[in-house]
Design a protein around this ligand. Structure first.
Ligand code: SF4
Ligand code: SF4
Length: 403
């Protein structure tokens, strides 16, 4: 094993871990492992004092690897990654061992819990010897907005956004803007306003065929003969259908769109919201909003006020010049090993893989890749490497665990 300057920090998490696992014993045992220059315990590592202590230890001991034995990474991985970053250590050189949820809370016998936790910590130490620094990149958000559906809701949202000097494209599947024919006067007024605004472009007779991307950078394919449309946010403002029973359900076209965007929906096909009262127009996909009948049946008044809420949310979050960080834990495809079977292309749910017709190989668009690892698991040629989850890293972790 290569020599590394590794610091191991075992957290007591108040009584949560300390009462059920002998954390002093763990720190003591791992302190003799090759490359470990420091192994200490702490009462509450995620507290302001704990974070300060961790950062100072990283700089003082010039640590090159950090192992934190504490809670689930879901809880505090980002917290500790940030601490590493502020202390000048690449955050991907840190590994957590979950000795709270996976051990303390489920293993009643103290000796067994201590032994189990020790194995997890050894596995984490071993794994970090195979870690490589990964670099985060960021890209500037596109401040433009795509509104799908040219009815009253869509037009209302577009007008408020245009008032704030945003560029908007309304995509309408019919040949003209409209909706709510019983409110002809209002429709005509909105149509006139939209047509008179240079900030708003209207595309009719089109529906999105493919949507990929994320908050700040969506790419919408509107089919043959059209250019790719790029936008930072998407407003879903299409109508719904009404069943014979009188119940509102999402239309087929709308369901296709929610599938493309991987938006979770309720049993009637309408998007679930981020929060019913705090974020009622935000879907669970960042940067995608819903207004009017795209969210279920609603009155005209409700539709207009939802569109205003959508526009307000976009204006306060999609700020021109704002940068969003891209995921550095992406997958990469080896051109040499790829045999062009396109299996990866089929399993990627984020549209991040494309096929090069000339070289007959696939490649990953790192901006779109979410690092889910599906492609790496599916590739029959072993041509795909999921960065930070390489076979080597996992093998080393297992070796430490089973030693
Ligand atoms: S699954 Fe593997 S071999 Fe097949 S196209 Fe993708 S990278 Fe190439
Ligand atoms: S890791 Fe996931 S998101 Fe990235 S290319 Fe593979 S399947 Fe797509």
């Amino acid at each position: 094993m290569p020599s590394t300057r590794t610091g191991v920090f075992v957290c007591s998490c108040g009584p949560n871990i300390g009462d059920r696992i002998d954390i002093e014993k763990i720190a003591d045992e791992v302190s003799s492992i090759d490359g470990v220059v420091l192994a200490e315990t702490h009462g509450l590592l995620c507290s302001p004092d704990g974070k300060k202590y961790l950062a100072s230890r990283i700089t003082e001991y010039k640590l090159e690897r950090v192992v934190i034995a504490a809670c689930s990474p879901r809880e505090h991985e980002i917290t500790f990654m940030k601490v590493c970053e502020t202390a000048g250590l690449n955050p991907f050189m840190m590994q957590m061992a979950n000795i709270r949820e996976q051990v303390a809370w489920v293993t009643p016998d103290r000796n067994s819990a201590t032994e189990k936790a020790l194995r997890l910590v050894r596995g984490a130490i071993n794994r970090t010897t195979r870690h490589k620094p990964l670099m985060k990149t960021s890209i500037v958000c596109n401040p433009e907005v795509a509104v799908i559906g040219g009815g009253i809701s869509g037009m209302s949202a577009a007008i408020v956004l245009a008032d704030a000097n945003r560029k908007i494209t309304i995509i309408e599947r019919k040949s003209s803007l409209g909706g709510y024919p019983e409110n002809e006067k209002l429709v005509e007024h909105l149509k006139d306003t939209v047509t008179g605004r240079t900030e708003i472009t209207v595309i009719t007779d089109r529906e999105p065929e493919e949507i990929v991307g994320f908050f700040g950078n969506f790419i919408i394919n509107l089919g043959e003969g059209t250019d790719e449309l790029r936008a930072g946010s998407i407003v879903l403002a299409t109508g719904c259908s009404v069943e014979q029973s009188g119940r509102a359900v999402a239309s087929e076209g709308f369901r296709r769109m929610t599938e493309m965007l991987r938006i979770s929906t309720d049993e009637y096909g309408f998007p679930n919201r981020e929060h019913d009262s705090l974020a009622p127009v935000s879907t669970l996909v960042g940067g995608v909003y819903v207004t009017g009948c795209a969210g279920g049946f609603c009155s005209l008044r409700e539709a207009v006020s939802q569109s205003e809420a959508v526009a307000g949310t976009i204006l306060s979050s999609l700020i021109p010049g704002r940068e969003v960080e891209t995921e550095p834990r992406t997958s990469v495809i080896s051109e040499t090993l790829c045999r062009g079977c396109k299996t990866c292309l089929e399993v990627c749910g984020y549209g991040a893989i494309s096929f090069d017709e000339e070289r007959l190989v696939c490649s990953v668009n790192s901006v779109l890749c979410k690092g889910c690892g599906n492609c790496a698991a599916a590739c029959p040629s072993g041509a795909i490497k999921a960065q930070h989850f390489t076979p080597d890293q996992i093998r080393y972790q297992m070796a430490g665990l089973l030693r």
